[in-house]
Write a protein that binds this ligand. Structure first.
Ligand SMILES: [Zn+2]
Length: 425
C-alpha cells in the first residue's frame, strides 16, 4: 500500500515536472532592433484581441471599462468577421488585411495540395512555420520600416510569418493571467525610446474558452468578460501613469459565439467516409470536402445535394456567395476543397460518438448575427463619441498603418476609406 502510494506520488511529481518543462514562458527578444529617429516620433498602437468576444458582450454584460473608454472614442455597432468565422483565419486577417482565402489560413486545420501536407493550429511545428502564412503582418511591416513591435501571443506572432518577427514575443501558452499580460505590455512601454515598441498586439483566450464550454449566455461567460474588462481598466490606468503622449487602443475580437444544437447533430453523409475518394474537414459549423478525383466533383456534388436535408446547404465552392470570398476564384493557395456543406445555425455536423461544446462559431456572419465581432477604439488619434456602422475586419489593417505612418507594401483587401472617418486627421 505504502509502496503504491510512493509510486503514485512519483508518477504525479514526474507529470508536474514534465508539464513545467513543456511550457516555455520566456520572452524572446530579437537583438539589434531599434526604432529609427522618425519612428520614435510616431504614435503607439496597442491592438488587443479577445477571442470570441461577441459584438454585443460589452453592453450585454456591462463591461464598464470598455464602455467608458470607447464612449470617449469610437464604437462600431459590430465588426463582420471574414468567412469562416473562426480564430486562426480571422486573427491572421486582422493582422494582414487579407481575406483568409487570400492569406492562406482558411481554417484552423486544412490540407495543402501543393505541399501534400496537413496544417493544424494545435501542431506547434505548423503554427510556428511561417511558410504557411501569406501576407505582410502589421508587426512585419513595422519592423521592415524601422519601427519596433511586440506581441503577446497573437496568432502567428511566434512564427516567421508575415515578414519580420516582432522584436519582442512569446511562444504560445496559457500560463499568464490577463493582469500578468498587462504588466508585460506596460514594461515594454517603459523601455528606452529607441527600444520601445510602437505597435503592440495582445491576445486573450478566456472569453472564447468560456463561450465554448458554458455557452454565450451564462454567468461564466459574463465573468470572463469582466475578467478581461478589469485587465483593460488596469492596462489603460498603468499606461496613462507612464505619461506617454500618444497611445491608442484598438480592442477587437475574431468572431462571436452561439449556443448550438448538440443534442441532435447532423450526420456526416456516409459517402464521405470513403478515404480513397475523399478527405473531409469538419469544424462542425462547416464541412469542407476534397474530392481526390477532379472528374468526380460534379457527380459527388449532385449526389450530396440530392440527399441533403433542410438543415444544411451543399455548395460547389465556385457557387458560394461572392461576399464570402471563399470560392475557387479566391482560393489562392488551393486549400479550401471543392464542396462545402454548411449547416444552418444552430445545427452542427458531428461524427458519431463525438462530443461537441455548448457554444460554437464558424457560421456565415451575415446570416447568423451571433457570429459578429467587436471593434472599439480610443486614444488621441481617434475621434470622440463616434458610433459607426458595422464593417468587415479586413479594414482594421489600413487603419493601424495610417496611425503608425507605415507604408503598405503589397496589395491588401482592406481599404483605409472605410475607417478613415474614425480618425481626427
Ligand atoms: Zn473558439
Amino acid at each position: 500500500m505504502k509502496r503504491g502510494l510512493q509510486l503514485l506520488l512519483l508518477v504525479f511529481s514526474l507529470t508536474v515536472f514534465a508539464q513545467k518543462e513543456a511550457v516555455d514562458t520566456t520572452q524572446i527578444i530579437i537583438p539589434n532592433r531599434h526604432n529609427t529617429a522618425e519612428a520614435q516620433t510616431k504614435p503607439y498602437v496597442i491592438m488587443i484581441s479577445t477571442d470570441g468576444f461577441r459584438y454585443d458582450y460589452a453592453r450585454k454584460y456591462n463591461a464598464e471599462n470598455l464602455l467608458k473608454y470607447s464612449n470617449q472614442g469610437v464604437q462600431a455597432k459590430a465588426m463582420i468577421p471574414s468567412y469562416p468565422s473562426i480564430t486562426f483565419p480571422n486573427h491572421w486577417t486582422l493582422i494582414t488585411g487579407l481575406y483568409p482565402s487570400h492569406h492562406g489560413l482558411i481554417d484552423n486545420f486544412f490540407y495543402d495540395y501543393k505541399r501534400k501536407e496537413n496544417y493544424a493550429m494545435s501542431n506547434r511545428k505548423n503554427a510556428e512555420d511561417g511558410s504557411w502564412y501569406g501576407g505582410t503582418s502589421l508587426w512585419g511591416l513595422a519592423e521592415s520600416q524601422g519601427m519596433v513591435s511586440a506581441s503577446l501571443m497573437w496568432v502567428g506572432s511566434a512564427s516567421d510569418a508575415g515578414g519580420k518577427r516582432p522584436t519582442y514575443y512569446y511562444p504560445y501558452h496559457e500560463k499568464f493571467s490577463p493582469s500578468e499580460k498587462v504588466d508585460k505590455v506596460v514594461n515594454w512601454l517603459k523601455l528606452p525610446m529607441d527600444q520601445r515598441p510602437h505597435f503592440i498586439s495582445l491576445y486573450f483566450p478566456e472569453v472564447d474558452g468560456s463561450g465554448h464550454h458554458f455557452g454565450p449566455d451564462t454567468k461564466e461567460t459574463e465573468d470572463a468578460v469582466h475578467l478581461i474588462d478589469k485587465a483593460i481598466g488596469e492596462l489603460v490606468q498603468k499606461v496613462n501613469d507612464l505619461g506617454l503622449k500618444n497611445v491608442n487602443f484598438v480592442f477587437v475580437s475574431d468572431h462571436g459565439m452561439i449556443k448550438v444544437d448538440g443534442g441532435a447533430p447532423l450526420e456526416i453523409p456516409a459517402i464521405l467516409f470513403d478515404k480513397n475518394r475523399f478527405d473531409y474537414y469538419n469544424s462542425q459549423t462547416l464541412l469542407r470536402v476534397y474530392v481526390k478525383n477532379q472528374n468526380e466533383v460534379k457527380s459527388v456534388y449532385k449526389e450530396l445535394k440530392a440527399k441533403k436535408t433542410d438543415d444544411y446547404e451543399v455548395y460547389l465552392d465556385k457557387k458560394l456567395p461572392k461576399y464570402l470570398h471563399f470560392g475557387t476564384k479566391d482560393d489562392k493557395y488551393n486549400r479550401i476543397g471543392q464542396i462545402l456543406l454548411i449547416p444552418k445555425a444552430p445545427k452542427i455536423f458531428l461524427e458519431k460518438g463525438k462530443k461537441t461544446s455548448v457554444g460554437k462559431h464558424g457560421y456565415n456572419p451575415r446570416l447568423v448575427p451571433e457570429m459578429k465581432a467587436t471593434f472599439l477604439a480610443w486614444g488621441p488619434e481617434f475621434k470622440n463619441n463616434l458610433v459607426i456602422d458595422e464593417f468587415e475586419n479586413i479594414n482594421v489593417y489600413p487603419l493601424v498603418t495610417e496611425i503608425l505612418g507605415l507604408k503598405i507594401d503589397q496589395p491588401i483587401d482592406g481599404k483605409l476609406k472605410v475607417l478613415k472617418e474614425t480618425l481626427k486627421k
